[in-house]
Structures are given as structure tokens and as C-alpha cells.
Design a protein around this ligand. Structure first.
Ligand code: HEM
Length: 110
């Protein structure tokens, strides 16, 4: 799905699926990740730039829905997202080593 349906996402360096297809309609199209175990699978988004789930939810509100979510709404949504926590696969607990094309990403402490 396009990331930035209503408002663009701050980091515009990665053009998403467009990088592969060169089709304008694929600009900023990224895989929508599973939300299972989302409280444990930070950092968030394709560039791993967001480490706080509440911040990720707020960004979804503005970029995808054109809504400034209130604090109580963000709290309720993250409480719901926490209910999706189950068995955590080992791979999901290992911080990803991202390619050098994403220089804004803090280095994971391995
Ligand atoms: C309040 C509603 C929403 C919530 C709470 C929400 C939550 C999230 C969260 C937590 C992530 C980060 C997942 C991760 O990195 O592991 C995410 C990513 C994403 N969501 Fe949403 N989302 C919402 C609405 C939407 C809508 C309406 C769309 C599209 C129509 C959408 C498309 C995406 C896409 C494409 C990504 C991946 C972005 C990237 O990797 O850079 N989301 N969402």
C-alpha cells in the first residue's frame, strides 16, 4: 500500500516498490507488515526510524488517514495492538542490520 496516502512520510529517500518497477504509481508503496507481536517488533516502518509504537500509530493517523489522533485514541489503539502479542519468533527479536542506504537509522546494539 502507499505510505503517505494523505500526507507524505518524512523520510522520502526510499521510493519503495517504484525502485523495482519504475512505475510512477508504485512510488512510496511498501509492504504492510503484520501487526502480530507489534509491541515487540520495533523499530517500525521500512526505514526502522520509529522506535516508539505510539509514535508509529500517530504517524499512521496523519499519513494514512489524515487524522491527528488524540492521546486517548492512541492509548486505546496501542492497548488493542498489545492484545496481538503471542509467541515471539526468535528472528523477530533480533534487531535488523539495515543496508547503508538508510543512514538515519541508529546502529542496532547487537
Ligand atoms: C489507525 C489505523 C492504523 C494503525 C494503528 C496502523 C498501524 C501501523 C503500524 C504500527 C505500522 C508499523 C508496522 C511495522 O513497521 O512493523 C504500520 C505500517 C504500515 N501501515 Fe499502518 N496503520 C493504520 C492505518 C493504515 C492504513 C489506512 C494504511 C493504508 C491504507 C496503512 C498502511 C501501512 C503501510 C503501507 C505500512 C508500512 C510502512 C513502511 O514500512 O514504511 N496503515 N501501520
Amino acid at each position: 500500500m502507499k505510505f503517505g496516502i494523505v500526507e507524505p512520510y518524512g523520510n522520502k529517500k526510499d521510493l519503495g516498490r517504484y525502485e523495482v518497477t519504475k512505475n510512477d504509481a508504485d512510488k512510496f508503496v511498501f509492504k504492510v507488515p503484520s501487526l502480530r507481536n507489534i509491541t515487540r517488533t520495533y523499530p517500525y516502518f521500512h526505514d526502522g526510524a520509529v522506535w516508539d509504537l505510539k509514535e508509529a500509530v500517530r504517524i499512521m493517523g496523519t499519513t494514512q488517514l489524515g487524522m491527528e489522533l488524540r492521546d486517548d485514541e492512541v492509548d486505546k489503539i496501542t492497548t488493542f495492538l498489545d492484545s496481538l502479542t503471542g509467541v515471539i519468533l526468535h528472528d523477530a527479536l533480533v534487531l535488523p542490520v539495515l543496508p547503508p542506504s538508510t543512514p538515519n537509522t541508529p546502529k542496532p546494539a547487537l
